[in-house]
Each structure stands twice: as structure tokens, then as C-alpha cells.
Design a protein around this ligand. Structure first.
Ligand SMILES: [Zn+2]
Length: 388
């Protein structure tokens, strides 16, 4: 079945991360089953979502894994001129939520699996589909647990996030955290007798910005990124009830996106120390003053050596001469860290279209991805690969 036809089916499942993806997983499982390919379905704890893993070819050998997430970001508040959950084909472009990020790749990978089911492979092809990637690479972790317990690990993983079919070897890691700043409420007319939690929060934001300045000036650098150093950013601040009440609570959501040479836990330790210092200074006014920091999500960066065999292998599939690193995070860092599987990010479409209204992938990009996977199938049929 042609990848574009499959993409049309996939876009029609509104798999926004907050909703179930089971209808899509059921469609994929039925499609594979009709071609004689069994699959494992790993449900989330509440049973509303699932990962899917399938192998085509010999069961006793390590293979090449194609990885994609099935969830998409919401369309809320976006000005779509085309139906988001119905594929529109126009001027060589295929529109719909997830076309670029990343149902286009999932469709190509499925099409390749169906072709593989009619071939005799000497090295297996694996398909790994996840849920809840868009909210912090959550779902794939149970799939990785399953693969960790399996007798063999994949030789290579291709994560098909949109890179315009360029071969990407890395992305930054991410640590997301919430700072909960506690002061003491009071009448605003007597503000100096209370402790304003927003003021505490602002002092902590200053500490975050000082740390950002230090990292930009003295931190590790990786010139392959547009922003070559580790970044710190506050994305949300919640506080206050009314102007005449000194607020007693201020919550800040912030993140650290680190280059490979920086350790986000160490950076966070420094920020915790700064928070403790700010709270201690305020405790003379209100003994209950505190800034507590909770980690809300983390995933590791990806840093596959550009001169590795895995990179050379994928370059030979696409015909690329060079490699890039991408700004956005992927599940690749987890595959690399937790399975030791060399991982590359390479997929159709561009993240310039991801997460936006009228998202699209071009037919040309889909064809280039199909070509890469056809080349892969030829390799898998020809050899029992020991390393990628
Ligand atoms: Zn994605």
C-alpha cells in the first residue's frame, strides 16, 4: 500500500496527545495482520493509549528499527484554513495535522513494513510506534523497558522526525521543572509586613537569567546548533489573586535544554542552591519562606558521533554527504541512552511546518523517504548485518 494512501488514513485519526490513540493503533495492527505481520501492543497504565512494536524477518537476529510517535499536538487556537484531520492534497503538498510531525514518516515506515512482508529478509526490520511523545517522550518508556528485556537490541534506530530527509546525529537534552515559591499573604496596604511570593519568584527568575548568562559566556559549546550553548527559559508564571492581597504562592515553570557536554542535574543543583539562598534571605520576614523545585519531565540529548558506522550507513541510504543536529527533542536520546542503540534522526518534511496551522509534508519528501526505506529493505534482504 502506498505511503500517501496510508498517510491519508493516519491523519484521519485525531490522535492529539490528550486523547486516545487506540483507533490508530488498531488500524495499524489490522493492516500488519492482513500482511501476516504479528505485533505487540503495550498499553498505558490507564489502558487508553498504546505503543506498538512489530518485527519482520528473522526473530533471532538484531535488526534496524524505524521509530515514530502516533500523537500530534492540538489545533486549539490555531487558524486552520484546511480541515486538520482530513488529508488535503494540493500543489504537491499533503496537508493535515501531523503530516510533517510525524505521520508522514509513520506512513512511509508502514508501507516499507508491508513491502518487507513480501520479501525474505536476512536482517529484521522493526517498527516502533509510541504515544505521548509530544508531552515529554512519556509513552515510549514502556516500549524501551520491553526492548531492554528482549534477548537482542536493535542494531540501529532511525527516528523519523522531520529533518527534510537530512541525517541528524544529535539534539539537546531537556529538563523541565517547577519552582514553587511560598511567601506570606497580607493586606497590600501593609505589604512590607507580608512576604510577596511574586517578588520571591522574580528573584529566582533573576538567578535563572544569571545562570543563562554564565552558560552563554563560559558554558560548553556545540557549534552544530543554532544556539550553541545550553539554554534556560521560563515559560509560565502563575501567581496572585487580587491586587489588594499580597500573594503567598508563585509557581514558575522553567526548562534547561543542554548540549551534550553540560550536565543538567549539576546546573539544577546550582539553581537549587540559589533558590535556598533567596528563601533564606526572606525568612527574616516570614519564616515559612521557601522555594521548592520539582522536576516535571526530563529526556536525554542525542549525540551520535558523526564519524560512526551508523551514520555512514544512513548516509548511504539517503545519499547525504553531511549531517546536521536538530533544535527539537526526540525519543532518540532515550533509545541511545537506555538501549545503547546507535540512533539517527531522519524523516520527511520540516519542523518549520510542525505544530503550525495548515501543516504539510510535500509529495517529494514522502517519495525521498520511500526511496530511503526501499534502499534499506534491499540491504536487509541481502545481508545478515552484524553492525549497521
Ligand atoms: Zn514529533
Amino acid at each position: 500500500m502506498d505511503s500517501i494512501h496510508i498517510l491519508e488514513k493516519l491523519i484521519a485519526f485525531p490522535t492529539v496527545s490528550r486523547d486516545s490513540n487506540l483507533a490508530l493503533i488498531g488500524y495499524v495492527a489490522d493492516l500488519l495482520d492482513a500482511h501476516g505481520v504479528p505485533c505487540q501492543i503495550i498499553h498505558s497504565e490507564d489502558g487508553h493509549k498504546a505503543n506498538l512494536f512489530a518485527t519482520i524477518g528473522p526473530a533471532d537476529a538484531s535488526g534496524i528499527m524505524l521509530s515514530g510517535h502516533t500523537d500530534v499536538v492540538p489545533i486549539d487556537g490555531q487558524n486552520w484554513t484546511l480541515p486538520p484531520f482530513e488529508m488535503t492534497k494540493r500543489d504537491g503538498k499533503l496537508y493535515g495535522r501531523g503530516a510533517a510531525d510525524m505521520k508522514g514518516f509513520v506512513a512511509c515506515a508502514l508501507s516499507a513494513c508491508l513491502k518487507a512482508s513480501r520479501m525474505t529478509l536476512r536482517t529484521p526490520l522493526h517498527l516502533a510506534l509510541s504515544y505521548d511523545e509530544e508531552i515529554g517522550c512519556i509513552g515510549v518508556r514502556s516500549l524501551i523497558d520491553m526492548l531492554q528485556a528482549a534477548p537482542q537490541r536493535p542494531l540501529l534506530c532511525i527516528v523519523g522526525e522531520p529533518t527534510s530527509m537530512q541525517v541528524a546525529t544529535g539534539h539537546k537534552g531537556k529538563l523541565a521543572a517547577r519552582a514553587i515559591c511560598r511567601g506570606r499573604e497580607g493586606h497590600s496596604a501593609l505589604a512590607p509586613l507580608a512576604l510577596n511570593a511574586i517578588h520571591l519568584g522574580c528573584d529566582f527568575v533573576s538567578a535563572l537569567r544569571q545562570e543563562q548568562d554564565r552558560l552563554a559566556r563560559d558554558g560548553a559549546r556545540d557549534g552544530d546548533y543554532d544556539i550553541p550553548y545550553t539554554t534556560i527559559h521560563v515559560g509560565k508564571m502563575n501567581a496572585g489573586v487580587a491586587l489588594n492581597i499580597v500573594p503567598n504562592l508563585c509557581q514558575l515553570d522553567f526548562e534547561i535544554r543542554n548540549v551534550a557536554a553540560d550536565n543538567p542535574d549539576q546546573i539544577l543543583d546550582g539553581l537549587r542552591a540559589a533558590a535556598a539562598h533567596i528563601a533564606a534571605a526572606a525568612s527574616t520576614i516570614a519564616p515559612a519562606a521557601a522555594i521548592d523545585i520539582d522536576i516535571t519531565n526530563t529526556y536525554p540529548g542525542l549525540d551520535t558521533p558523526a564519524n560512526s558506522q551508523a551514520v555512514a550507513f544512513v548516509k548511504s541510504l539517503t545519499g547525504a554527504n553531511d549531517t546536521i543536529k536538530v533544535a527539537f527533542g526526540t525519543e532518540g536520546g532515550l533509545f541511545s541512552r537506555d538501549l545503547g542503540t546507535p540512533t539517527i534522526v531522519c524523516g520527511p518534511g520540516s519542523m518549520a511546518q510542525g505544530h503550525r496551522p495548515d501543516e504539510f509534508v510535500s509529495v517529494e519528501q514522502m517519495r525521498r523517504c520511500d526511496d530511503m526505506l526501499d534502499n534499506l529493505l534491499r540491504r536487509l534482504a541481502g545481508h545478515r548485518l552484524q553492525t549497521a
